[in-house]
Write a protein that binds this ligand. Structure first.
Ligand SMILES: [Zn+2]
Length: 131
């Protein structure tokens, strides 16, 4: 049985980070469905599960790899955004964060220093800010 399975999986894509995420999402949706009895949750859960298996048994490595990369990029963007936000919250006692309108760069300005001149790291423009 085990050998049969190994032979069956040969040349197939298998699991990756996106599959792991999808199987976790499927499980979460199906468990949520137990509490909320919503057919939408059930269908989404089953759909996610089907995606996991279709991707695992797929022979189109290139396409699956691209899907996984897109997922990882999205995930990094999201976790990076959350990390930036928590960092800024931690520092907000000592610093003020301002979005510099000209180039959209986020600048960190020390709090309670009166009127100071800030030079943007990104575009080099300076402006005055009361802190
Ligand atoms: Zn700038």
């Amino acid at each position: 049985m085990k050998e049969k399975f190994i032979r069956f999986m040969a040349g197939r894509y298998g699991a990756d980070q996106l599959s792991r995420f999808l199987s976790f999402a499927a499980l979460a949706l199906i468990v949520l469905n137990l509490f909320f009895r919503s057919s939408v949750l059930w269908i989404l859960g089953i759909a996610a599960l089907v995606c996991v298996y279709v991707r695992m048994f797929s022979r189109n490595f290139e396409k699956r790899r691209k899907e996984n990369e897109a997922y990882l990029r999205m995930k990094n963007k999201l976790t990076g955004g959350i990390r930036n936000w928590t960092d800024r919250r931690k520092q907000s006692e000592d610093y003020v964060f301002v979005r510099w309108p000209r180039c959209r760069a986020m600048l960190r300005v020390p709090r309670g220093k009166g009127k100071i001149r800030v030079t943007c790291r990104k575009c080099g423009n300076a402006f005055e800010k009361k802190t």
